[in-house]
Design a binder for this molecule. Structure first.
Ligand code: NAI
Length: 287
């Protein structure tokens, strides 16, 4: 397995938590890593260089190759700067892990437009800005690996996380289309919903649960999706606590109406429309 040997991989938000574990494993596996981190607090406030620097030092101390970048993923200039760091330092970009994230949890009836926007800006727009800056280089070299950090909150919903869930589900929409547009250029785009003890989850579960969820257990899944050997694309994985699952959307057999049904007819046939017995993987009928 050649894995990620010699590949240049950008990991956003790699100054701590899961991103740090991704960066450390990738570097140990022979990748050249851009360790991006804005260095702020969990809610996105503040900034600093020490988080990214510490991870780069750790990688170099272990004999690996890494460079720090402190740009915010939330702006177009930031995305361009992150990819420029890869190109200027290592002469290429082969993989991008869109991992940077913040939280501004609040019940929807209390959520302001600013709080909503801040979360979308980092997760969803961040995924766009960094991937968009890398995309022409991936196409040109006929090789690329995109991984986005999604969440079970995006797949299934979670109280207080309407902004976060919308952003995380949006990233699945992004990789589904990148998988289609990137296919002929050897670009794969996949999503990982991690479950891990980090500063992001430190107050969402008791300590005895969190200690069974080390972030390092998620890293090999991301590493595989970045590897030369991976052939899957538009795949969503849930990974944490040693478990790895694939999640997929299915559609029911449903019904075909010959004309336009009335509201009453839809109601009458509702049990058959929604019956998931015999459901098959969903596909885009206009794709
Ligand atoms: P974390 O808070 O430890 O890591 C997020 C990192 O992103 C931080 O180091 C932070 O400084 C950085 N960051 C924030 N805004 C940034 C910006 N604008 N530009 C660049 N860097 C920025 O949290 P954790 O848990 O490691 O999260 C990593 C990713 O995994 C996030 O996208 C998160 O939403 C996702 N995730 C984590 C879960 C978990 O169980 N820990 C569950 C589901 C998803």
């Amino acid at each position: 397995m050649t894995g990620v040997e010699g590949r240049v991989v950008v990991v956003t938000g790699a100054g701590g938590g899961l991103g740090r574990e991704y960066a450390l494993l990738l570097a140990r596996s022979g990748a050249k890593v851009v360790v991006n981190d804005l260095g702020g607090a969990r809610d996105g406030s503040g900034a600093g260089t020490s988080m990214a620097d510490a991870v780069v030092e750790e990688i170099r101390a272990g004999g690996g190759e890494a460079v720090a970048n402190y740009d915010s993923v939330a702006t177009e200039d930031g995305g361009a700067g992150i990819i420029a760091t890869a190109l200027d330092t290592f002469g290429a970009v082969h993989g991008v892990v869109n991992n940077a994230g913040i939280l501004r949890d609040k019940a929807f009836h209390k959520m302001s437009a600013d709080e909503w926007g801040a979360v979308l800006a980092v997760h969803l727009y961040g995924g766009y800005h960094v991937t968009r800056a890398a995309w022409p280089h991936l196409r040109e070299q006929d090789y690329g690996r995109i991984v986005v950090a999604t969440s079970t909150s995006g797949i299934y919903g979670n109280f207080g996380q309407s902004s976060y869930g919308a952003a995380k589900a949006g990233l699945i929409g992004l990789i589904n289309t990148l998988a289609i547009e990137g296919a002929r250029y050897g670009i794969l785009a996949n999503a990982v919903a991690p479950i891990a003890a980090t500063r992001m989850t430190e107050d969402v579960a008791p300590a005895e649960v969190l200690e069974k969820l080390p972030a390092e257990q998620v890293a090999p899944v991301v590493g595989y999706l970045l590897s030369d050997e991976c052939t899957d694309t538009a795949t969503v994985l849930v990974a944490g606590g040693g478990q790895v699952h694939r999640v997929q959307q299915f559609q029911s057999k449903g019904l075909t109406f010959t004309g336009t049904p009335s509201i009453e007819e839809i109601g009458a046939w509702w049990p058959q429309i929604t019956d998931m017995d015999g459901a098959v993987p969903g596909t885009n009928p206009v794709g």
